[in-house]
Design a protein around this ligand. Structure first.
Ligand SMILES: [Zn+2]
Length: 488
């Protein structure tokens, strides 16, 4: 055969260049689909299966797709170059799209010639199959072309090339020829399924890079396994006293971040073959299962990679935050600072831009250095257990100052005292007990009264600079909202 086109099963299906039917409609949903786009959405192996499915449905009058122009059910057809297009189930002349033309005389002559050529090959394969099966004592009633009548209640008649029994399986063998059309493949499948028997397609030869249309119909309809019986496999069967065929199958393998196929050819004994009557498949290798597992593996690897990348990004961000936090603290606490000096404001603006870029900036066009300074002093005072930056001598005085001047800082201050273990210092200086009394009196209002609430931007900055010490919990504790206020 000349000019065979063979397509990688995992490649995207290709439509013919100018399909006669360019749009189809889903009669159930009413959706109109562009044919070229629709076909391109399938991998080749799935397009082949879709083609079989549409054909089977049309036989049962269950059209899945109809011609958008005339409403006649359509099925998927494949050109000799393995490009796909849609055909009307029947052509009644009412549709401008003509998809079924009669065969030319030359076509028919060519087919007849091929048929004659093949009948010799057909006879030979049947002989080889008989020899192979007869070599294995487990196969009973190995006969050629015996009429197979449908069981009671079912209709039909088949004459499989070879039929046989084992203790567990009832088998029909058919030799696949190039004139075996999809209709035949499908209808035989149905017949044997109904009979609770298994149809085994036997190919005279096979090569993954030279596949005919019928090869693909059988291959993809059989979970990517095909069986070849030839002189070699028949001799192997006779030598081993067990039925052996050559099996070709696809094996999915991981190549970096994707799945590709490997084609395996090996001789398999009947014991290695799994028969599924319902699916009408017989396989030596479960491609579908292996591909699904590999896909799962790939997804797991991908999410693991993502998790690692995320963790690395988080660490990098934490490093950046540590550096920035240190710089802000050092900047504010710099003993040589002069807050009336203009360059200092410029430096603060730059530092603040970095704070803002990480989500910790203060609101407003001109971020207040005084506010930031107060926050840093609050943190350092809580850490030291003595006023830092505030012009008070005792911790208790600082407490009174906050109560009267900055009630919004009290909660954060309290959390930090607890966190830094400096709470006792507050009451040690409170000789008169006034501070404790004031604090006790306001305790119940602390969470309700808005005057004790820090503006959001300041709260965020304070939490960042105190490493979460200003919040009841850090970070993102489930019992606490972002600001840490709710559970405080
Ligand atoms: Zn039409």
């Amino acid at each position: 055969m000349i000019g065979n086109t063979t397509v990688d099963p995992l490649a995207w299906a290709e439509p013919v260049t100018k399909p006669e039917i360019d749009t189809v409609r889903n009669p159930r949903t009413g959706h109109v689909l562009n044919v070229r786009r629709l076909i391109r959405a399938f991998r080749y192996e799935h397009a082949i299966l879709l083609r079989q499915k549409l054909k089977a449905l049309i036989k049962r009058d269950g059209a899945r797709l109809v011609c958008a122009t005339c409403g006649v059910p359509v099925y998927l057809a494949c050109s000799t170059t393995k490009r796909f297009f849609f055909r009307h189930r029947h052509e009644d002349g009412s549709c401008p799209a003509v998809t079924r033309t009669g065969l030319s005389e030359a076509d028919i002559r060519a087919m007849k010639y091929r048929g004659a050529q093949e009948s010799a090959a057909h006879r030979r394969i049947k002989e080889l199959l008989l020899r192979s099966l007869s070599a294995d004592p487990r196969f009973k009633d190995v006969v050629q072309e015996k009429t197979w009548k449908a069981s009671e209640g079912l209709t039909g008649l088949r004459r499989p090339d070879v039929s046989a029994w084992t203790d567990t399986d009832r088998l029909a063998f058919e030799v696949q020829l190039s004139t075996t059309f999809m209709d035949v493949v499908l209808s035989r499948k149905e017949f044997y399924r109904a009979e609770r028997a298994t149809l085994v397609w036997v190919l005279p030869n096979f090569h993954p890079s030279y596949r005919r249309m019928t090869d693909d119909d059988i291959l993809f309809g059989n979970n990517s396994n095909v069986f070849v019986v030839d002189e070699r496999s028949a001799a192997a069967s006779e030598a081993a006293g067990t039925f052996i065929m050559t099996c070709w199958y696809r094996k999915p393998i991981r190549q970096g971040d994707e799945i590709v196929d490997e084609w395996i050819e090996r001789q398999v004994c009947w014991d290695e073959v799994t028969v599924d009557v319902d699916r009408q498949t017989i396989v030596a290798f479960d491609y579908r299962l292996a591909a699904a597992r590999l896909g799962e593996e790939l997804r797991a690897a991908r999410s693991e990679w993502l998790a690692t990348a995320e963790a690395a990004a988080k660490l990098a961000r934490e490093d950046q935050e540590d550096v920035l936090r240190e710089e802000v603290l050092r900047f504010v606490l710099d003993p040589s600072r002069d807050d009336d000096h203009l360059p200092r404001y410029h430096a603060w603006a730059l530092l603040h831009d970095r704070l803002r870029s990480m989500g910790y900036g203060l609101d407003g066009e001109y971020p207040d250095l005084l506010t930031a300074t107060r926050i840093v002093h609050l943190i350092e005072s809580a850490r030291a257990g003595t006023p830092v930056g505030f012009r008070y001598k005792s911790f208790a005085e600082l407490g009174h100052h906050l109560i009267h001047q900055h009630p919004e800082l009290l909660l954060a201050f309290g959390h930090m005292l607890r966190r830094f273990g400096t709470r006792d210092a507050l009451y040690r200086d409170d000789r008169t007990g006034k501070l404790r009394a004031k604090l006790d009196a306001m305790r119940s209002d602390l969470l309700q009264d808005p005057k004790y609430r820090m503006p959001e931007d300041q709260e965020r900055l304070c939490a960042f600079l105190s490493l979460g010490g200003s919040r009841k919990a850090w970070p993102n504790n489930d019992n606490t909202d972002q600001s840490g206020r709710a559970a405080a």
